[in-house]
Design a protein around this ligand. Structure first.
Ligand code: SF4
Length: 122
């Protein structure tokens, strides 16, 4: 069965409109990209979409009540809600360094959750 998917490339701020035509899940064509990154993004988006996860976690004795966090690398979109539930349980104790691993291999994704900024003690 033929299927046409349309979405924007988010690999850079240009935001090229992409059109991917599939037949029984097999990619027939990718149009609209103006560089190879767009083609790579389109292939990933229709086969195994990934996203960079961002959130905040509670702190215990930090200079701020919460610390911003993100995934070190993009992780499978299908796991985003599982990851959000896991991250919501976290309560970190400063001092925290930027890039410090807070959850290793979150939900078996092979991706770590790290601090997005340094956070000193109160
Ligand atoms: S296709 Fe290339 S130029 Fe267009 S948004 Fe994607 S990365 Fe940017």
């Amino acid at each position: 069965m033929r299927d046409v998917k349309k979405f924007l490339c988010v690999s850079c701020p240009v935001g090229c409109p992409l059109t991917v035509t599939l037949d029984d899940g097999v990619i027939l064509s990718i149009e609209g990209n103006t560089c190879p990154l767009g083609e790579k993004y389109a292939r990933t988006e229709v086969t195994n979409p990934v996203r960079t996860f961002t959130s905040t976690v509670r702190t215990d004795g930090g200079s701020l009540p919460v610390c911003p966090v993100r995934s070190r690398t993009p992780l499978p979109l299908s796991k985003i809600f599982d990851v959000a539930r896991e991250v919501a349980k976290l309560n970190v104790r400063p001092p925290i360094e930027v890039g410090q691993t807070l959850i290793e291999n979150v939900c078996g994704t092979g991706c770590d959750i790290i601090a997005s900024r340094p956070l000193p003690k109160k």
